[in-house]
Design a protein around this ligand. Structure first.
Ligand SMILES: Nc1ncnc2c1ncn2[C@@H]1O[C@H](COP(=O)(O)OP(=O)(O)OP(=O)(O)O)[C@@H](O)[C@H]1O
Length: 618
């Protein structure tokens, strides 16, 4: 999946639902502390630095007011908590406090970033590890792309909370409580006047805030709609162009874009009204405080320095209050994001042992002989309990036997191979491998002895060497080359100027279907499995390529039990036995010759369909 851009992530974060701040939600969020624990030393150091710099910040109005008082009263002023100082001493203290404050801010910012990023890297790794270990059932019930982007958005939200919101919350809490205490110390009547103007501002902020949020969510939704159009059309650009539908798509986009603009303008009008009101209310409030303060000054109840100090503290308190609404909403979003990430971390994995040891070889199984027996196996996919897929399937493969699974589309061929790989377990009946119930083997160790050569071979972004070595991570260059030779891939690889270092995938060269298949065969050869599953490509290759692939497959199948999911009957002449599947049942088994002569047999009918009425595969 394409990595979301910063902008997309921000948009997605903007749209995250908020959770109720109930006890469970907060407990879930608190559980994130596990990820911070390894870095707790640095975390508490950062917290200490943060509180010190916030407290030093609170000194500023006190000293600034003191400067004015000293200037007006013979060069010396008496300050609460500090004592009597000269004008220059006050200025020097102020300069030192600013320096210390900057040092504290530097240390706290650096510590919170380090702790936050490290904890988040651990959380991302844990979430990814968990996702990889979840059973196929989980992926069958969710849209994987959506899931991946949701996890990355949720983790970005948590990251923002750890790095920005939490330190901000602490700083603002110091400013709010410290500021309130210090303005009350400065002048109680003036504090009462200031607090009197607050309810109006808070009510306005809540009223406008709700509307603004609704409008901006609306804008984001519409923006997402128009982005979906862009993504869809770019992904399917070949279809758009081949249908010459550029104008149609442009029109569709123009409508969605127009709706985004209309929503954005509606939000902008409210925002403008809000800004105008807030500025008028803010300055009005300051005017009232200043007017009353000036009266107090005139009456001699307050000094000029005290009034300055008071106004500065008021801006601290006001700023902290204004930020608290945003911080509160960030906390709500973070609680929601944590809950969703924790849901994934709690999902049961398919093989707990593999997760814990993180080492597939931890529970080794001796080399399997490759005997496979489906014994009265019935199965339905967990997502569709009402649609049975396999009914009472009996099928046995001797070690080294090659069995082709043929049958109409949707008959259940791939499902049988999915059970063999233990992506799912049978509903009833048993799958035996070397005479032992497949469920009793350690999952990773079992899969280590199987290889799947799929229809659509996925090559990872990286070199050809890395792509082949995927079959046995850590394999050396000689082994990779030997596998490539056996898979008839060496020649075309060596013909590239960069040979095995040639990059493939999104940023590299594009290989043909036949070349990709031979890479996949080399991968499987390197893995050296006892049991092999070939999901044959539906589209035919040209005859030369087909010969090379077939030859490579012959090498691969030697000495291994092989199940070939066959779509084209022409390619399965050499198998030992054919199992014909229809409607989830094995309806016929036998060799090509045996099945071709059964008068009413399904195989004979399928052959007739593929090769013309009279001709049966030879
Ligand atoms: N993940 C899934 N969840 C639910 N149902 C599924 C799933 N995968 C397949 N099915 C259903 O199971 C049935 C058998 O599918 P399966 O893929 O095994 O058929 P097939 O014989 O391999 O078909 P084809 O030749 O077209 O690949 C189909 O009806 C299909 O719709």
């Amino acid at each position: 999946m394409a990595r979301p851009s910063a902008n997309q992530t921000d948009n997605a974060r903007e749209r995250l639902p908020k959770a109720d701040l109930d006890r469970d939600g907060l407990r879930e969020t608190w559980s994130l502390a596990t990820y911070v624990r390894p870095y707790r030393g640095r975390f508490f150091f950062g917290l200490g630095a943060l509180f010190s710099s916030a407290l030093l910040g609170l000194l500023f109005p006190l000293l600034a007011g003191g400067l004015i008082d000293a200037a007006m009263h013979g060069g010396r002023a008496t300050l609460p908590f500090v004592g009597s100082l000269t004008l220059n001493q006050i200025a020097l203290t102020l300069a030192v406090s600013i320096l210390l404050q900057a040092t504290g801010s530097f240390n706290s910012a650096l510590s919170f970033h380090r702790v936050g990023q490290s904890a988040l890297a651990d959380l991302r790794a844990a979430a990814y590890g968990r996702l990889l270990a979840l059973p196929m059932t989980f992926f069958g019930q969710r849209r994987v792309g959506e899931l991946a982007s949701r996890v990355s958005t949720d983790i970005a939200q948590i990251e923002g909370a750890l790095i920005d919101s939490l330190p901000q919350l602490c700083r603002q809490a110091v400013f709010l409580s410290g500021g309130l205490v210090l303005i009350a110390v400065t002048s109680l009547p003036l504090t009462a006047v200031m607090l009197g103007t607050l309810p109006l501002l808070i009510a306005a902020a809540v009223f406008f805030g709700r509307r603004l949020r609704r409008f901006s969510r609306d804008t984001q939704d519409r923006l997402a709609d128009s982005q979906t159009i862009v993504e869809e059309t770019l992904q399917a650009i070949a279809s758009v162009k081949s249908f010459a539908n550029e104008a149609f798509e442009l029109n569709r986009y123009a409508k969605a874009n127009g709706a985004t603009l209309a929503a954005a303008l509606r939000a902008a009008r409210w925002r403008a009204v809000f800004v105008a009101f807030f500025i008028a209310a803010l300055f009005g409030g300051i005017l009232i405080v200043l007017w009353y303060g000036a009266l107090q000054l005139q009456a001699g109840a307050l000094t000029g320095g005290e009034l300055t100090r008071f106004v500065l503290y008021t801006t601290f308190v006001g700023g902290a209050m204004a930020q608290s609404a945003e911080l509160f909403s960030q906390i709500q979003k973070t609680v929601g994001a944590t809950q969703r990430v924790r849901e994934i971390l709690r999902e049961p994995v398919e093989d707990e042992a593999a997760i814990q040891t993180n080492d597939p070889s931890a529970a080794p199984v001796e080399r399997l002989r490759g005997e496979v027996t489906f014994e009265r196996v019935s199965f339905h996919y967990p997502a569709r309990p009402d649609a049975p897929v396999l009914h009472d399937v009996n099928l046995a493969a001797r070690p080294g036997e090659r069995i082709a699974l043929v049958g109409p589309s949707g008959a259940g061929k791939s499902t049988l191979t999915a059970l063999l790989l233990r992506f799912y377990d049978p509903e009833t009946g048993t799958l035996l491998i070397d005479g032992r119930d497949a469920r009793t083997y350690p999952l990773q160790a079992l899969r280590n002895q199987m290889a799947l050569v799929p229809q659509d071979v996925l090559l990872f972004g990286g070199s050809i060497m890395e792509n082949i070595a995927y079959g046995r991570p850590g394999a050396d260059a000689t082994a990779v080359e030997a596998a490539a030779r056996q898979a008839n891939a060496h020649e075309f690889i060596a013909a590239f100027p960069e040979g095995y270092a040639t990059l493939v995938g999104d940023r590299g060269i594009k290989l043909s279907g036949g070349q990709r298949q031979r890479i996949a065969i080399a991968r499987a050869l390197l893995k050296d499995p006892a049991i092999l599953i070939l999901d044959e490509a539906t589209s035919s290759l040209d005859s030369e390529s087909e010969r090379l692939v077939q030859d490579a497959l012959d090498h691969l199948m030697q000495g291994r039990t092989t199940f070939v999911v066959a779509h084209r009957l022409a390619t399965i002449r050499d198998v030992d036995r054919i199992a014909v599947i229809d409607g989830g049942r094995v309806v016929e088994t036998g060799t090509h010759d045996e099945l071709s002569v059964r008068p009413e047999g399904l195989y004979r009918r399928l052959s007739a369909l593929q090769f013309g009425d009279t001709k049966v595969v030879e």
